[in-house]
Design a protein around this ligand. Sequence first.
Ligand code: ANZ
Ligand code: ZN
Length: 868
Amino acid sequence: MEQRYHPELVEPEWQAYWNKHQLFKVTEDSSKEKYYLLEMFPYPSGKIHIGHVRNYTIGDVVVRYKRMKGFNVIHPMGWDAFGMPAENAAIANNTHPAAWTYDNIGAMREQLKKMGFSYDWDREIATCRPEYYKWEQWLFLKMLEKGMAYRKESYVNWCEKCQTVLANEQVEQDKCWRCSQTVQQKKLWQWFFKITDYAEDLLVHCDKLPGWPDKVTVMQKNWIGRSVGSQLKFKIDGRDEDIEVFTTRPDTVFGATFMCLAPEHPLVESLSKGTQKENEVAAFVQKVSSQERSAEGIEKYEKEGVFIGTYCINPATGEKIPVYTANFVLMEYGTGAIMSVPAGDQRDFDFARKYGLDIRVVVQPEGENLNGSTMKEAYTDEGVMVNSGEFNGLDSKKAIDVMTDWLEKKGRGKKTVSYRLRDWGISRQRYWGAPIPVIHCPDCGVVPVPETDLPIRLPEDADFLKKGGSPLPTLDFFAKATCPECGRQDAKRDTDTMDTFVESSWYYLRYCSPRYEDGMFDPEAVKYWAPVDQYIGGVEHAVLHLLYSRYFMRVLNTLGMIDFKEPFTRLLTQGMVCKETMTCPDHGYLFPEEAVKNVEDNLVCTRCNNDVEVGRVIKMSKSKKNVVDPNELLGKYGADVVRLFCLFAAPPERDLEWSEDGVEGSNRFVNRVWRLVLECLEKIDGSDEPFTGPASDLSSAQAKDLYIKANQTIQKVTDDIDKSFHFNTAISAVMELVNALYVIDLDSADTELKKVIRFSLENTLLLLSPIIPHFCEELFKRLGKNGSIIEQSWPEYRKDSLKTDDVLVVVQVNGKLRSKFTINADSEETEIKETALADKKIKKHMGDKEPKKVILIRKKQTLINIVV
Ligand code: ANZ
Ligand code: ZN
C-alpha cells in the first residue's frame, strides 16, 4: 500500500483528464437551471498571491458543488489587463507593456491551472485586447450620443518638473514619486460619465440587494451620500446676481454672518478681478491648488481663507455680510458655496474666531443662554430658535420646513437634495489603457470616431518616456488625425485613455459570449447567463468597482440592451489572509527561516541570538517579510492541501490567519483519508454495493451508528455549503466521519458493516470532492468507479436515517396494553398512529371494529390509546 498521497503525480494527471474531456466547458442549455459564479478577475501582475488562492478556492468549491447539484454552471476567468504597473515595468525593464502583460498572463494561467480551478478557459478574456476594448469604445460613443458622457475641465495631479500628469498612486505625501517636486493641481479637459443621473436609483436599490453584506451596501449608500436640504439665494451687494448655497440647516439662516466660496468657484475670480483684493485672492487660490481637494483631503489642512472684497445680502436679515473664499469648501459638493453660521458649525466657528467675524447664536438648548462672544465651540444640535425674528421660540427642527417655505415665498430658496457622489471622470493621461474614440478638430470641435473605424488601437510600438508620462501625444502617426466630419488633416486624436474601472464594469457580460463580433455581447447568451448569481472578491472593491458595475448595467438597461439593472445577485467579500510578523531588535523584520527556537524553547534571531518578538497577526506585506508564496506551497504540499487549508482555517468572510502548523494539519488529514481508503480497499475488497436502505434495516448497532453518522454528515455538509458557505464546519463534519471509520476493526467486520463502510467512504469522497478534487478523483477511481467524480450527483441523505434514538411506543386498546413497537423519535404523529393501527396484534384486538378515537400521549413514554 502507498503510505502517502503523492500530489505531484496525482494532480497533473487529473488536470490533464479534465482538460481532455473538457469537463468545465459550458454552453447555454435551456433545459437546465443556470448558475453564474464569478470571482473578481485579477490584474496580471505576474504571480498569483495567497489572496487570489483563497478567493478562487472559495469560488471553485461552490462551482463544483452546484455542478454536482445539477446546475449548468458558468465559471469564467480573465485578466484586468490595463493599468499603471505595466507602464512602470516597461520603463524600468525596457520592455513593452503588452509583452510584459501577456507574459504575466501566461505565467498566472499556468498557476491557476495547477490549483485545479474549474474554469471554462475557452471563455478567457484579456481587457487589453482590441477585440475587448473595441466594444467599450463603442459604448462610449453610444453614451456620448445620449449625453451620458460629457467633457469638462477638471483637475489632475501635475508635476511641473517632469512635465507630466501623475496618477494618485504616484503622489506620495503631496510629492512626485520620481523627483519629489511638490505636486500641483492642473486643469485639463476631461471626459466624464454621468453616474449622478442614477444616484437616486443606485441608492434606492441598495436596500434591494438581500444577497449582499450589509457593510457593503452601507458603504455604497455613504458614498452616494444623499443629503436633503435647501438651496438659498444670497444677492450680491451692488449687483443683480445671486450666490446660491446648499445648506442642511436653513433654520440657522439668521445666524449666517459671512459667506464662503470654494477657491475654484467662478465668482471668486470674477468678483475680485480689478479690485485691490485681486492679488491676495489669486495667491490664495494658487496656494490651495496644490492641496488635495476631496472631502477627505481637505481635512488634512488648516482651515483658512481670504476676504474677496465683496458683500452679499443675507435673505433673512437683509444685512450685508462679507464673502470669503476658503479652503474647506469643495467646489464639487452642493453649489460650491456655503452660508457660514459660526454659532452652529464648528468649521465656521473656527474660521470666525481666526478672522474676527461675528458669531450670532440662533439656536440654543432649551433653558440655556448662549453668548456668541464667549462660547467655546459651536452648538451644532437642535434647540430653540433665538435672534430669528418671527421664528423665535420655535423648535429648530420644525423651523427647517417652516423657514424653507418662508424663503421660498420670498423667492430666496427651495428644497433640494444633494449627493456626495460625483460624476465619474474617466480620462487618464496614460498609455496602457483603451483609447478614447474621439477626434478634436479646429473647426468642428469634438467629433466622435465613426463606428466603422473601431477599434482605435493602441499603437504597440511606442517608446516609453523615462519621466513616466504617456507617449501617445508624442506619436504623430497616432495623435494626428483627419476630421471625420470636414476632412481637415490637422485634427488631433484624443490621446487620453479610459480609466481601467471601465473595463471591469462589464467584463462579466463579455464572458457570456467572449468571441462575439457583432456587439459587446450576444443578447441571447446574456439573457441566459446574466446576472451573476454569486460574486466573490475583496472588500476593497466595495465602493468603486461595484458601484461602477451597477451603474453600467443601468446604462445598458436604459439603452435597451439588457433587461436587468443589478449585475450581482449575491456578493461574498472574503476576508484577508494574514500572518504574524517576527522582529529582532537589531535586525528588524525577519523571514521565518531567520528565527529559530533555542534550547530554552525561545524564538531567537539566527544572526544575533536576540529574542524575537512575534507580532500580532497582520496583513501580508513584502516589507514585513511575512508573505507566503503560493508557488512554494504548491511545490511542497500540492494544490489540494493548500485548498483544504484555505477553507478549513476560517469561514470565508473572516480574516484567515496563516499558519504553517495549520497547513501541516491539512496535509495530515489528507494522508489519513488516503491511508483509510486504501486500507479499506484491501480489507473490504469484493464486498458488493454500498448499503443505501433505511437505517432500520440494519441489524448491528455498529453498522447502524456508522450509517446514521454518514447520513448526518451528508446533511451537515450540504447545509453548510448551501446555506452559509461555511466550509470549515463542513470539513469538520467529514473529519468526524473519518474518525468514526478509523476506529472500526476491519478484520472482524461482517458483510453488512462492510457495505455501510463502502457507503461512508464513497460519500466521504463525494463530499470532499469540491474541496480537494484531485485527491478525491484518484481515490474514487481506486474504489472502482468510472469517469470523473465531477460528473457524479451530489449525495442525498436519507431523512429516515438521521437519528439513532428510537422510541418505544406502548399501544392500548380501550385502556388495555395490547402491543409495543419502536419507531424513530422524529416520526410524525400520523405516522406513529398509522403504525399502531397496522400492528398485527392491535388488528387482532380491534377485530372489524372502527376506531372511534386514537389518542397519542408523549410523556416519559409514548403511549397510544385506541378507543373502539
Ligand atoms: C449652513 C449650516 C449651519 C450648515 C449649521 C451646517 C450647520 P451634509 O450633511 O454633508 O450634506 N456645505 C455645503 N456645501 C458644502 C461644500 N461644497 N463644501 C463644504 N461644506 C459644504 O452637509 C451639508 C452642510 O455642509 C451644509 O449645511 C453646509 O453647511 C456645508 F449650523 O449650511 B451648512
Ligand atoms: Zn472638422
